[in-house]
Design a protein around this ligand. Structure first.
Ligand code: SF4
Ligand code: SF4
Length: 171
């Protein structure tokens, strides 16, 4: 499933329907902080990290099952995430996304957050948008998005090597 971005112009209700669409058939980017968090709970990095190259940079993404392209941490029986309490930041942000520049979509406008201009979006293909009682604020989305971008920037192969060698304590 592709992210179909729509501008997030106000706070919005959201309730996950466990349809699995966001946990299958897409790259779920990992930061060093995510990797460390997951390893700490006893998961072997060889079982959940894949490497990919993008614009000359090595990126880390969650491994997926061959038979349905689902994330290795998705439980096909319950439809839920097996690592929900410590899942990657990008999973916590979804079905929202934060960009430091506009995507060129009709109706988008900048959102000021801590002195920065951000562009916030939601995925219109997620059936949980507008559902349930919980309200997600734009501040919450912006905070997670900024945190993800900062962590993602300092995520590289060198950092992963240090982490695997037990040298990295600062992520
Ligand atoms: S696409 Fe939306 S409703 Fe479906 S699992 Fe993902 S967050 Fe939940
Ligand atoms: S870690 Fe959990 S929420 Fe994230 S893609 Fe995998 S199953 Fe889905």
């Amino acid at each position: 499933m592709r992210f179909k971005p729509k501008p997030l112009k106000s706070d919005v209700k959201f309730e996950c329907k466990f349809c699995l669409d966001c946990c299958r058939g897409r790259f779920i980017y990992l930061t060093l902080h995510d990797i460390k968090n997951i390893m700490r709970r006893g998961h072997d990095p060889q079982d959940f990290i894949l490497l990919t190259a993008e614009e000359g940079k090595i990126r880390f993404v969650l491994a997926y099952r061959e038979w349905d392209l689902g994330c290795v941490f998705h439980d096909p029986e319950t439809g839920k995430c097996k690592i929900h309490d410590y899942n990657p930041l990008i999973c916590q942000i979804y079905p929202f996304m934060v960009s430091y520049k506009p995507l060129g979509i009709e109706g988008e406008e900048p959102f000021e957050y801590n002195g920065e201009k951000l562009w916030l979006y939601y995925d219109e293909s997620c059936p949980g948008i507008g559902e349930g009682k919980e309200v997600i604020t734009r501040e919450e989305v912006a905070e997670l998005g900024v945190r993800f971008h900062k962590e993602f920037e300092k995520t590289d192969l060198e950092g992963l090597n240090s982490l695997l060698n037990g040298e990295n304590n600062g992520t």
